[in-house]
Write a protein that binds this ligand. Structure first.
Ligand code: GLA
Length: 388
């Protein structure tokens, strides 16, 4: 998390005035442990909120607009409060917060004029959900500034932020990222039932092991268009199964039903959804009994399924996870998030961490000429105002 006092100083040098009335908010990014690409098929997923995320300093003003700036990104996008908030190409990254402001306005929540300065420590484009973090952060901030806290639960905030991404930014994402950012809990993973949009916390602890996030530094090009394509394929697969049996969601299909889909591509997509759903269930059992090897095995199987049946891993993530598995002390490894580049995770014996990093980085670089980066993941609380 960005240092709040430093952020306030930067805020003052950008907008002037004194620190009085400047408030600071934070929303985390997320890592998904398992349950990939099934949060839009009614599946169960197991993400955790991170200590990394996006912070914002904000102060109410008298103008009829919202001015935004970022320590990490160029530009000073604004939102005019006297006209309807529409998507505007020229606003660039500012469309993520603007989309949430629009959803709040549509729900009859008065938006207060304010100045905002964002600052993040999430690696950009790495698939750790910087977009969900900025959306959830904006929602929490606008709601708290206007004093509407009692009207919105963290679940409402997650749903509203997802809606902003779907309808304003045009990415047809599921609910996982926004939910994890809004609902995270320190040292816990979130077992999220995406059909009911309800969850329970599962302590995340494998004694003697550390969860490592590995950034492939392969940018997630084409991810959005491929993402929407996969989602459409899952809908088509569901339709195909419904001609045999009426089911509500793709993950409710049996393996036999998935294998009976005539179209070979749709059959593979359905196979991934059905097998991933059962891996999540088994992963939770492993977590509960502290079975690191069993959990690691499931990570490997999940990656294989995402590579062969769902086809979202790509060359770099395959090489990186292979390199990780070949390193001493690694219980298992898989891509995390949407795929097509971005990050992977590995569960690694804590006493083997240094060697693991060196070996994995060396093998990965030899095959791709890219430098992998490693972070130790710790599960943390969801979006909140920071008390100064
Ligand atoms: C992205 C989306 C999520 C989820 C993952 C894949 O992160 O935003 O909703 O679908 O991809 O599991």
């Amino acid at each position: 998390m960005t240092d709040s006092r430093g952020l306030i100083r930067q805020f003052i040098s950008l907008y002037g005035g004194s620190p009085d009335g400047v408030r600071v908010f934070f929303a985390p990014g997320r890592v998904n442990l398992i349950g990939e690409h099934i949060d839009y098929c009614g599946g169960n997923v197991l993400p955790a909120a991170l200590t990394l995320g996006i912070s914002a300093a904000a102060r109410i003003t008298r103008a009829r607009n919202i001015r935004m700036g970022s320590v990490n990104m160029p530009g000073s996008p604004t939102v005019n409060l006297d006209s309807p908030i529409e998507f505007d190409e020229a606003r660039g990254w500012g469309n993520y917060p603007a989309g949430v402001m629009r959803m709040l306005a549509d729900r009859g929540t008065a938006l207060l004029s304010c100045d905002i300065l964002f600052a993040g420590d999430l690696p950009d484009g790495a698939g750790l959900s910087s977009s969900a973090a900025i959306e959830v952060l904006t929602a929490v901030m606008m709601i708290r500034l206007a004093g509407y806290d009692a009207k919105f639960t963290p679940r409402d905030i997650a749903l509203l932020s997802q809606k902003a991404e779907n309808s304003f930014t045009g990415v047809n994402c599921g609910i996982m990222d926004q939910y994890a950012s809004a609902m995270g809990r320190k040292d816990h993973a979130i077992l999220l039932d995406t059909r009911a949009v309800s969850s329970e916390y599962v302590p995340f602890r494998f004694p003697g092991y550390t969860l490592v996030i590995m950034n492939s530094h392969k940018r997630r090009g084409l991810a959005d268009s491929k993402y929407n394509e996969r989602r459409a394929e899952c809908e088509a697969a569901l339709k195909s199964i419904r001609s045999m049996r009426r089911i509500a969601d793709l993950v409710m299909a049996t393996s036999d039903e998935a294998e009976a889909i005539p179209d070979p591509v749709l059959r593979k997509r359905a196979r991934h959804a059905v097998t991933e759903q059962s891996r999540v269930e088994r992963a939770v059992e492993c977590l509960t009994r502290g079975d690191a090897d069993g959990f690691g095995w499931l990570l490997n199987k999940s990656h294989e399924s995402l590579r062969d049946d769902y086809e979202v891993t790509g060359h770099e993530l395959d090489i990186l996870t292979d390199a990780a598995r070949n390193s001493n002390g690694c219980a298992g490894s898989r891509m995390t998030g949407a795929g097509f580049g971005g990050c992977a995770i590995s569960l690694v014996r804590t006493d083997a961490l240094d060697g693991f990093r060196v070996h994995t980085a060396r093998e990965y670089h030899a095959a791709t000429e890219l430098n992998a980066e490693f972070y130790t993941a710790a599960a943390d609380d969801g979006a909140r105002e920071i008390t100064l």
